[in-house]
Design a protein around this ligand. Structure first.
Ligand code: FE2
Ligand code: ZN
Length: 419
C-alpha cells in the first residue's frame, strides 16, 4: 500500500511553479546504476534523473521525516541501493536494500526535479525579469482603475480580509486599508495583523511631524524627500511598510511611488547592457547616526537565481563612493578597462535616473487620514514633494519573510477549506 505524504508535500514543494504539477503522470521509470530516469507524460521527450542517494535522502515517511512539520529525522547514509522500483499512476515506490520502503508522488518529483534533458520546458524562462503572478504598473496605471484596497473592518476581523490584502500586496506591491481610524494605535495594529513588527534604529513604530529633525535623517524634513527605498543600509531592509497620515493641515506634500520592478523590466527591454550593470554591480551604502554606523552592499536590481528581480534598492543620498569591489563587478560584466567601466556605469545610472525622475513611472497621490497604505519596500520606491503646514505621518514595518509567510499560510488554509 502507498502511504499519503501530505505533510511533506506542503513543506517541500513549489520549486517549479508551473501548472504541470497538478496533472502530471510519470509514464515510465527506468533504473540505471545510480539513478532513476523518469519520462513525463504531457511533456513530450522530457525526462528527469533522480539519484538514489537523493531519493533516499528525501524519503518523507514518518521514520525519515517528522509528519507535522516535514523536518528531517533521517541522517543520510552514503549508500542507497534499491532492491525494486515500481510505479502506478500516482507514485513511485522504492524498496531499499536495507529493508526500508519509500514512496514519491509523481507531482512531487516533478516539482522537485533538479536535472532534466530539457529544462526550458518546465522552468520559467530567464528572458523575463518578472514572475508571472505580479502586475507591473507605471504612472498612468491607477488613473483608470482604483488602487488595490481592503476595508479596515474586514481586514482586521477576518482571515479572508487579510488574505485579500496580501494577495493584492504581492500582485501590485501596495494596498490601502480604507477607513483605518486616524490614530497611531490603529495604524500599528494594522501592521501587527501581518506579523511581528520589525525594529530598526528608528524603532518598531514611528510617528513623525514633518520638519522635526531630532532623529537626524533628512527624510524627516518638510522639503523634497528624494525617491528611495527605506533602510537600504541594512543587510535585510524591512519588507512591508505602512504609511498613515493622521494629521493633515498642509499644502503640497504629494507622495510619489514607483514600481521598481516595472522600471527594471523597462530597462531590461530597452537597454539590456545597462540592465546587466544595474543588476550585477553591488555598491556600498552607509548611514551614520551619532551612536550608530550601518554599512552594507546592494545592487540596484537584485535578481534571484532564475534572473527574476526580487529587490529594488535605490537611495541616492546614502550611496557611498564606487569602490574597488564595484569596479571588479563592472569589469566582470563589461570585460573592459577601468575608464570604459566607469563611463559605462555612469551612463547606466543616468539612464536609471532619467526614468525615475521623468513622468513615466511615478504614481502621485496625497496620503490622507483614513487610508493607511501598506507597500513593499523591496519593490517600490517612495518620495514626497515639499510641503508647507503641519503633517503627522505614522507607520511601522514587518520583514519580508513575515508577510510572505502569512500569505502562504493563509493560501494553504484557504486551499484546505475549499478542498
Ligand atoms: Fe522613506
Ligand atoms: Zn523513510
Amino acid at each position: 500500500m502507498f502511504m499519503v505524504r501530505t505533510a511533506r508535500l506542503v513543506t517541500r514543494s513549489n520549486r517549479i511553479s508551473g501548472s504541470y504539477t497538478n496533472f502530471i503522470r510519470a509514464i515510465s521509470v527506468a533504473k540505471d546504476t545510480n539513478s532513476l530516469l523518469v519520462n513525463w507524460d504531457q511533456l513530450k521527450g522530457v525526462w528527469s534523473r533522480f539519484h538514489y542517494q537523493w531519493l533516499r535522502d528525501n524519503c518523507a515517511c514518518p521514520k525519515c521525516c517528522y509528519p507535522d512539520t516535514g523536518q528531517r529525522i533521517l541522517r543520510m547514509q552514503e549508500d542507497a541501493r534499491p532492491n525494486s522500483v515500481i510505479t502506478d499512476n500516482e507514485r513511485v515506490e522504492i524498496s531499499w536494500k536495507d529493508g526500508h520502503n519509500s514512496q514519491y508522488k509523481h507531482s512531487w518529483l516533478l516539482e522537485n526535479s533538479y536535472y532534466h534533458n530539457n529544462i526550458a520546458n518546465i522552468k520559467p524562462s530567464d528572458t523575463t525579469t518578472q514572475r508571472s503572478d505580479i502586475v507591473l504598473w507605471d504612472a498612468g496605471y491607477f488613473k483608470s482603475r482604483q488602487p488595490p484596497s481592503v476595508e479596515y473592518e474586514e481586514y482586521m476581523n477576518s482571515d479572508e480580509g487579510l488574505l485579500k490584502m496580501l494577495r493584492q500586496f504581492r500582485r501590485y506591491g501596495l494596498c490601502f486599508i480604507h477607513n483605518t481610524p486616524a490614530s497611531e494605535e490603529a495604524t500599528f495594529d494594522v501592521v501587527r495583523r501581518v506579523g511581528p513588527l520589525r525594529r530598526t534604529y528608528y524603532g518598531d513604530v514611528w510617528s513623525m511631524v514633518a520638519g522635526n529633525m531630532s532623529v537626524g535623517d533628512i527624510a524627516y524634513w518638510s522639503g523634497l524627500v528624494d525617491l528611495h527605498t527605506d533602510n537600504i543600509f541594512l543587510t535585510e531592509a524591512p519588507g512591508l511598510l505602512a504609511f498613515h497620515c493622521i494629521e493633515c493641515e498642509f499644502t503640497g506634500g504629494e507622495s510619489l511611488f514607483i514600481d521598481g520592478f516595472c522600471v527594471a523590466d523597462h530597462i531590461h527591454q530597452t537597454q539590456p547592457d545597462h540592465f546587466q550593470l544595474l543588476s550585477k554591480v553591488s555598491l556600498p551604502f552607509q548611514m551614520q547616526f551619532k551612536d550608530a554606523l550601518y554599512q552594507t552592499r546592494k545592487r540596484f536590481f537584485q535578481p534571484n537565481h532564475e534572473g527574476q528581480i526580487i529587490e529594488t534598492n535605490y537611495n541616492y543620498i546614502d550611496r557611498q563612493p564606487i569602490d574597488n569591489r564595484a569596479m571588479s563587478d563592472m569589469q566582470a560584466v563589461l570585460d573592459c578597462d577601468p575608464d570604459k567601466a566607469i563611463s559605462t556605469f555612469y551612463k547606466a545610472m543616468d539612464y536609471l535616473h532619467s526614468l525615475l525622475y521623468g513622468s513615466q513611472f511615478a504614481y502621485e497621490i496625497k496620503l490622507l487620514p483614513g487610508a493607511c497604505l501598506l507597500f513593499d519596500n523591496h519593490r517600490l520606491l517612495h518620495g514626497r514633494k515639499p510641503l508647507t503646514g503641519h503633517r503627522k505621518l505614522c507607520g511601522s514595518s514587518v520583514n519580508r519573510e513575515e508577510w510572505e509567510s502569512k500569505l502562504k499560510t493563509l493560501e494553504r488554509q484557504a486551499q484546505n477549506n475549499s478542498g
